[in-house]
Each structure stands twice: as structure tokens, then as C-alpha cells.
Design a protein around this ligand. Sequence first.
Ligand SMILES: [Mg+2]
Length: 175
Amino acid sequence: MIEKYKPDMYMKNIYEIDYKKLKNMGIKCILFDLDNTLVPFNVKFPSRKIKDIIERIKDKGFKVIIFSNSSKSRLKPFKDKLEVDCAYSCRKPSTYKFKKILNLYKYNESQVAIIGDQLVADILGGNKCGIYTILVDPIQKKEFIFTKFNRMIEKVIYKKFKNKNILKKGNYYES
Ligand SMILES: [Mg+2]
């Protein structure tokens, strides 16, 4: 079932996303993947640019949560500097932490979106628990060794997507 990897929206990066549109769709909470979605995986602190966009998103009334497979210590500087909540060691695509967040913050599936760069983690996990899924292109090529393995699987999925005319890399769309 290739459809479970299909994002509801596909944009080049977090700056291209129409957050007003998400708001109008009834989204109240945005889960952000960290590595290669917000920052390259080896960057330890948020830049001014990241701070600004997160601030703008919060000003629109969204609850922002960094939702990452990385460790608590990796997320700490982002939590402090961006003043957002964080969920660490999420083990995406497991739905465990997704469901925990929905329960904890009292949101239903239609009120939450995830933005991430990995089909096999962010998008699959989000689709499995029924929240809105937004794919962005990874910021850079350099990655964790585990991510490299995921990318190999992704390559096969992207090929199937292309053959079935479902999604083509670089052909961005809003649902
Ligand atoms: Mg990522």
C-alpha cells in the first residue's frame, strides 16, 4: 500500500507553506520535524530566520511542537530559544507519541498537522494516525547513517509514486 506514504501537501520548504490556509482548514497544532526540516542535522541552535518563522506561526495562533526522533539534549536548545514544546525520541513512524500528544493537548486528528522531510518516518507516522501530513524537501544531503537507510527505502517509494503518477519530486502541491 503505497498510499500510506503519500503526503496531503508537498512544499519545497517550511517557508513556502501557506499557514493561513492550514488555519482555515481547522489545524490548531503543528508538529515540526527537526533534522533536515527546520535545520540541517548538524546544526545545534536555531537561526534568526527559524526564530522569525516560528514566531510568525505562533502569532497566527498555532500550537507549535517540535516532534523529533532525536534526543532530549538535542532538542533542548531549540525548546529554549524558540519557546516551543518538544516531543523527543518519538520513534516515528510509530504512532505512540503522536497519540500521546493528541491526548495530552486534547486535539483530535483533524486539528493537527505534521511537517517533515521523510516519507518513511514523518509522513507514514502522520498518515497512520490520521493527522494532516506535509512533506518538505530535506534541507541538505548530509545525514545520519540511519537516515541513509530510510532514504534507500524512500527511493523505491518515490519510484513507485512516479510510475503511478501519485507524486513527483519537485512537483509541489497543496491538497
Ligand atoms: Mg527529518
